[in-house]
Design a protein around this ligand. Sequence first.
Ligand code: AMP
Length: 419
Amino acid sequence: MSFKSLGLSESLVKAVSEQGYDTPTPIQSKAIPPVLEGKDVLASAQTGTGKTAGFTLPLLHTLSQTPPQRNRPIRALILTPTRELAAQVHQNVKDYSKYVDLRSTVIFGGVNQKSQVSTLRNGVDVLIATPGRLIDLNNQGLLSLSKVEILVLDEADRMLDMGFLRDIKKIMGLIPKQRQTLLFSATFSREIRKLANEFLKNPISVESTPENTTVEAIEQQVYRVAKEKKTDLLIKLITEGNWDQVLVFSRTKHGANKLAKKLEAAKIGAAAIHGNKSQGARTKALAGFKSGSVKVLVATDIASRGLDIPLLPHVVNFELPNISEDYVHRIGRTGRAGASGLAVSLVSADETVFLRDIEKLIGSKIPMDILEGFEPDPNASTKPFNPQQRGKKPRSSSNSRPSGNKPRTTRTNSSKSRR
Ligand code: AMP
């Protein structure tokens, strides 16, 4: 299958091919045709599947079929939960619209609005925005959404998690009812379905490859360890395994900062990325990580969402997530474009319940090990650190086990406890 055979114009096919892509990913093959037909689409796809091009390409195709109006009203609006994702989607839109006469820009909070406003004044066809800044500029009368023809809600589940439901509803009220709506979400909770029922008309549902396929392709490893020894164990794994690009998940912003500092102190280039960091700091951390000057990026779930880092070799759960599905999202960052990855979880006694929930969700036991000198505390309580936060979202399961090479670590004899 080629992009051309999906019905995309020569100009778009050429731009995609310049990005190095000739074959559409499954989500692209499934989403592009109905979007080109003008249908509303409800797509189940997470980051790493090629979802951005899945909505961007047909959107640009549709808009480019009509000559641009002189005042360039906003004709397509793409809403994203985070600034990083907004910036990445904008980059994609710019790359793919190279050979069509369409202008785009991105607006998000945390930076001065001046340059955003002046770009908007010149007229843009495609606007990528986070909800807060969009409403802010609309309230100031600095933009109009009354001519929007296509609306995309990207990572809708994360937008709801971040409390954007009211903002989304407000934005819906500013856009014409007669429009095409595309909703992309990694998970389909009751809230997402409610949102889709309310705002999409007879949507076509499309799915990317089921997530458990991704899980199967990733080597997973649990290390049982005492809570206070986690940092030292992480340092050992990184140095002895010669890991040079690691995404580490931390449960809290404070924890992310603390860990990044400790890694730096151990001479491992590290940076933290989370909601309290300024836009400049986040961009710098991400750029350093991509270029290799930062070996370890310590991120919270929300900040990590939508980061476009292809072919990530190592992901570490410094703490297990209390929502099992987040585990699948986290480790999915190592399984991109068919490249194999290793997902390591450092599990202390109080995370036992979360591990059990995760194994239930993925339908298999994760290989477990204990390293000499990093044994778990036999007297530690197995009570979850915050039982109220334990979240469950049932999903389909898989019975197969991950396989592949183990990290270069020493094992104690008693540690061969594969369950
Ligand atoms: P996304 O899921 O949109 O975040 O995309 C994940 C990564 O896949 C990005 O680095 C894209 O540039 C890349 N990508 C998008 N389309 C394709 C394709 N057809 N083939 C290979 N990689 C792609």
